[in-house]
Design a protein around this ligand. Structure first.
Ligand code: XMP
Length: 488
């Protein structure tokens, strides 16, 4: 990226992603790097500002050993936050741990660390209630040090002061600038005569990725849409129509519904279901892609949290994320991931800028295995159909209530049980539908949503009236953690 950028070096703070996002919300491009990053790598990125972030959370001094002290001599405006101050003044007369603190398990650094003496050359900009310095600035070294968490809404002006007054950055990171720069970059680096394939899933991440690449290389992009039969209502038609008709993309649509359902017969274990869907998806995609000559690139809708979550502060991989696991190596394809630097809300902003249909932009994120993980236990066409119809009612009602933007995900789950009910004067023995609706910023944590009773009531009535096979609706009131968002 050729934007001005503020690099956040992560010492393991819980809120590092939030900090990076707040910087981007201030329209400055920001990236997170693990603290083990080499000085060389930092320099290569040519940052205009650096932030060393140690947030609250379990503190491990070993982490500090990874940080290259050369960072303090880079002559780039530097902000040091919270526990990061230990890198700056640890073991000196300036910084002390307040008494009675078990240093390994400090939850709130603001309350645990104390700047007891002003280091020479620093001006005190703010003080805590006990009178000790909270925010200091050294004009000579261009270092801004603070015990206050600037990613919190209440402290956001501290962050802005650093970005705009000290580092003198410009607020130029916008969806429009991102789109134009990304297209130019792909155009400049994509070899003449090469081709790319992209798996469209209906999701916004792959949709935006495909559009960006299409605008750069045109007809040389081949999009493959695999309908595994586990999509939401109307989704396959919408994807194909939007991309073929509105954007004129070359879309191959593959009806693999019965193949997938056959493979999933009698499978009840969630992990087994996921594995089968994932592996078969790759097989079908590979089969279709291999019909085209000269394909060297795979376009993937990887987004920033996928990358950041894969790294620990020390830089080793914890989880590997792949939207289309294993494909690039197997097909010997090079990856293009145009939105790999974006958070989900930024992908949506870009999608709106590129004029994708609103329903597509705001449809809640949908897992790769689709309704397959929302029909608990064995998947049958009948059950998929029930959960799909219930889901459509939920989406429609939530849209009518104007709640779409407020919620992260909302959907139906079909459990493997039946219960007794009554309809007219008839006993029924039918499925319940579980309603799941959560708010979240990034799906790492999520809160169940306190719907008004009238909304719950309408949802329940409609689902039971319109779906004969259902006689009960229950609402999942569990947050994440301890539950996950999906049931399988
Ligand atoms: P959980 O259930 O782990 O889900 O709280 C967190 C988020 O990830 C989505 N999810 C998936 N997305 N492939 C995906 O692309 C998957 O296999 C998958 N499983 C869960 C889930 O919908 C939620 O937004």
């Amino acid at each position: 990226m050729d934007f001005q950028k503020a690099l956040v070096i992560d010492l393991g703070g819980k809120y590092t992603q939030l900090l990076a996002r707040q910087i981007r919300e201030a329209r400055v491009y920001s990236e997170i790097l693990p603290c083990a990053v080499s000085l060389e790598e930092i320099k290569q990125r040519e940052p205009q500002a650096l932030i060393i972030n140690g947030g609250p959370g379990i503190i491990d001094d070993d982490v500090l050993d990874f940080l290259d002290p050369g960072i303090f001599k880079m002559n780039v405006p530097l902000m040091v936050i919270g526990y990061g101050l230990k890198c700056l003044w640890g073991g000196t007369e300036f910084l002390q741990l307040k008494s009675d603190q078990d240093e390994k398990h400090i939850e709130n650094v603001e309350k645990a660390l104390q700047i007891v003496k002003e280091p020479p050359g620093y001006q005190v900009l703010s003080r805590g209630t006990d009178g000790s310095p909270y925010t200091l600035f050294s004009p000579e070294q261009n270092i801004f040090a603070t015990l206050v968490y600037p990613e919190k809404e209440d402290n956001i002006e501290i962050l802005h002061h650093f970005l705009f007054n000290i580092a003198k950055l410009e607020a130029t990171w916008t969806p429009a600038s991102f789109v134009h720069q990304t297209i130019d970059k792909i155009k400049a680096s994509f070899p003449e005569g090469a081709r790319a394939v992209c798996g469209l899933s209906g999701g916004i991440d792959s949709a935006v990725s495909a559009l960006l690449v299409y605008q750069a290389i045109g007809e040389r992009l081949i999009c493959i849409f695999v309908d595994h039969g586990l999509m939401r209502e109307g989704e396959p038609e919408q994807v194909v129509r939007t991309f073929r008709e509105k954007y004129k993309l070359n879309v191959i649509s593959v009806d693999a519904r019965s193949e997938f359902l056959n493979k999933l017969k009698k499978i009840v274990d969630p992990e087994e279901k996921r594995r089968i869907i994932g592996e078969h998806f790759i097989k079908v995609f590979e089969r279709e892609a291999s019909r085209f000559e000269g394909v060297d690139y795979l376009v993937q809708g990887t987004i920033y949290p996928d990358i950041v979550e894969s790294l620990s502060p020390a830089g080793e991989t914890i989880k590997t994320h792949h939207n289309v696991g294993g494909l690039p190596e197997r097909m010997r394809l090079k990856l293009i991931e145009p939105v790999r630097e974006l958070f989900k809300d930024e992908v949506r902003q870009v999608a709106e800028y590129m004029d994708l249909p609103t329903e597509m932009v705001w449809r809640p994120p949908f897992p790769g295995p689709g309704l397959g993980v929302r029909v608990l236990g064995e998947i049958t066409p009948e059950k998929v159909n029930i959960v799909r119809r219930a889901n459509a009612i939920i989406e429609e009602e939530i849209k009518n209530e104007g709640l779409t933007h407020e919620l992260w995900q909302f959907f139906a789950v079909l459990p493997q049980i039946s219960s007794v009910g009554v309809s007219g004067d008839q006993r029924t023995y039918a499925y319940p539908i579980i309603l799941r609706a959560v708010t979240s910023r990034d799906s790492i944590t999520a809160e169940w949503y306190p719907f008004p009773y009238k909304v719950l009531d309408r949802l329940s009535r409609r689902i039971i009236e319109e779906i004969e096979e259902v006689n009960r609706v229950v609402y999942d009131i569990t947050s994440k953690p301890p539950a996950t968002i999906e049931w399988e």
